[in-house]
Design a binder for this molecule. Structure first.
Ligand SMILES: NC(=O)C1=CN([C@@H]2O[C@H](COP(=O)(O)OP(=O)(O)OC[C@H]3O[C@@H](n4cnc5c(N)ncnc54)[C@H](O)[C@@H]3O)[C@@H](O)[C@H]2O)C=CC1
Ligand SMILES: O=C([O-])CC(=O)C(=O)O
Length: 329
């Protein structure tokens, strides 16, 4: 086992997602059994007592990979030396709300956290935003951290990506391992575009394998895009274990790389690819090598896909204007 622990900061650590996420990270699910991790956990002051209880449980697991745990309510202390920051802490939506409705309540969390990361995180910091509305919260954090390269900021669309794989696997009755090159474009919201035209099933085009445009348009896309709301309706609370699992998948692949012949969906700062305005944090198909992501280039986008991508990107542009208006960027 290597001796220097990787420092992973997690915000909202006493929350629902935190309760799943911390135990997965501590058990080695993020970087493997040979890499010790130190957890640095941020909460608001009233939640620190609950967090102490979670830390007692982490202790009680005696995880060989867990090298230490620090907790606190000051991001300037908790983020010190962090190599990864998983920004989960934010209010979840309730029934009948869209994620964008959280912008006013949650946006304010991400400006001070971006500033703190800028000041005290390690030089190789990678930031993943899970708290909603994730894309625009990542934009706020990034805009408040001018000394951190922009490509170190990302938002989570991996849960949508995994949901899309699962829906397709059920439809075609194939194992998830047969499905490659799934893409979520745009915003982690109801406007997101899960794209089957570039996905593959057993090496064949997924849209052709489905052969049913009506299912693709009227069942697949809305099921994936509205899955979060369906879970809130059923569970009475937003998805937590699957969100934690997707956060692990995202941060792991960003660190260890994507397999040959496949890609993943990550919301990253646009460089103008596929006509997504530069600087918006939008989901793209990406590959990762040596810890750096690249947007997959050269995909042909037909009129149907173009319309879907434009709609979700227009929403991201509106959110950017809204947070400008709030003085957050
Ligand atoms: N991107 C995605 O795919 C998904 C995102 N989410 C989002 O993740 C967020 C967290 O969800 P849950 O864990 O279920 O919520 P939760 O309410 O159970 O936990 C949130 C925690 O964040 C803490 N918190 C609030 N402000 C904070 C701050 N300034 N600093 C540090 N901690 C702070 C709260 O005290 C609470 O413990 C929500 O915004 C939810 O909508 C949830 C599922 C999927
Ligand atoms: O839907 C929500 O509010 C929680 C979330 O982001 C998801 O499950 O995708």
């Amino acid at each position: 086992m290597s001796t220097t622990p990787v420092k992973v900061a997690v915000t909202g650590a006493a929350g629902q997602i935190g309760y799943s996420l911390l135990f997965r990270i501590a058990s080695g699910a993020l970087f493997g059994k040979d890499t010790p991790v130190e957890l640095r956990l941020l909460e608001i002051t009233p939640a620190l007592k609950a967090l102490e209880g979670v830390v007692m449980e982490l202790d009680d697991c005696a995880f060989p990979t867990l090298a230490g745990v620090e907790i606190g309510d000051d991001p300037n202390v908790v983020f010190a030396g962090a190599n990864h920051a998983l920004l989960v802490g934010a209010r979840p939506r309730g029934p009948g709300m869209e994620r964008g409705d959280l912008l006013e309540a949650n946006g304010g969390i991400f400006a001070p956290q971006g500033k703190a990361l800028n000041e005290v995180a390690a030089d190789d910091i990678k930031v993943t935003v899970t708290g909603n509305p994730a894309n625009t919260n990542a934009l706020i954090a990034m805009s408040n951290a001018p000394d951190i390269p922009q490509e170190r900021f990302s938002a989570l669309t991996r849960l949508d990506h995994n949901r899309a794989i699962s829906q397709l696997s059920t439809k075609l009755d194939v194992p998830v391992t047969e499905i490659r090159k799934m893409t979520i474009w745009g915003n982690h919201s109801a406007t997101q575009y899960p794209d089957l035209f570039h996905a593959e099933v057993g090496g064949k085009n997924a849209a052709e394998a489905v052969g049913d445009q009506d299912w693709l348009e009227n069942t697949f896309i809305p099921t994936v895009a509205k899955r979060g709301a369906a879970i809130i309706e059923a569970r009475g609370a937003s998805s937590a274990a699957s969100a934690a699992s997707a956060t692990i998948d995202h941060a792991r692949d960003w660190t260890l790389g994507t397999p040959d012949g496949d890609w993943v969906s990550m919301a990253v700062p646009s460089d103008g690819s596929y006509d997504v305005p530069e600087g918006l944090i939008s989901s793209f198909p990406v590959t990762v090598k040596d810890g750096q992501w690249s947007i997959v280039q050269g995909l042909e986008i037909d009129d149907f896909s173009r319309g879907k991508i434009e709609a979700t990107v227009a929403e991201l542009a509106e959110e950017r204007e809204a947070v400008k208006g709030l003085g957050l960027i």
